[in-house]
Design a protein around this ligand. Structure first.
Ligand SMILES: [Zn+2]
Length: 177
């Protein structure tokens, strides 16, 4: 299923869990980041799968260093993806880069186009969820955590136009395709 078999380290983003990726189903060592956990809503199936994989020791949670996150921001600014990346996306990319700098072979599992684009720039491998036979699609809802105003998913600004609070996003599982 994956090119290098068990030797690649899998890095999972939010879209992987929303789409129904099951960490217990593959043998590779798997990592995710704290901000992905925060994006998964408690008591939903994606969050339950996430926590179960952590409890089973199949999924490790690691915070990448600030220095590497800064590097990711520089790369993604160049490629024009920075404004589309959430904190979770930045952490996922930074963790993959950190693992590679340590001599590992990371592969990000994501359906997020901006993550794929930045991964391409820095030559980090990725695979989309269809690789795993997962055909669910989802979209993001952008909202203001302070005044609860909602924005379309393709909204460009990072702050609420009403109260200036930094916008958050929430995944909404859409349909199978
Ligand atoms: Zn607001």
């Amino acid at each position: 299923m994956l090119g290098d078999g068990n030797k690649e380290i899998i890095v999972l983003d939010t879209s992987a869990f929303i789409a129904g990726f099951e960490p217990l189903s593959i043998k590779n060592l798997q990592y995710s980041v704290p901000a992905v956990r925060n994006e998964l809503i408690p008591n939903t199936l994606p969050r339950i799968r996430f926590e179960a994989a952590v409890d089973e020791g199949k999924l490790r949670i690691k915070t990448p260093t600030e220095e590497i996150i800064r590097k990711i921001r520089i790369y993604s600014k160049k490629s024009g993806d920075l404004r589309f990346l959430s904190e979770a996306d930045e952490q996922v990319l930074a963790l993959a880069l950190e693992l590679r700098n340590q001599g590992h072979r990371p592969r990000i599992i994501t359906d997020d186009y901006s993550i794929q684009n930045v991964a391409n720039q820095i030559k980090i491998k990725f695979a989309s969820l269809t690789t795993f036979g997962i055909r669910y699609r989802f979209h993001w809802m952008l909202y203001c955590p302070a005044c609860h105003y909602k924005y379309p998913a393709d909204h460009r600004a990072k702050r609420c136009r009403i109260c200036e609070t930094e916008l958050k996003r929430k995944p909404i599982r859409k349909k199978s395709v």
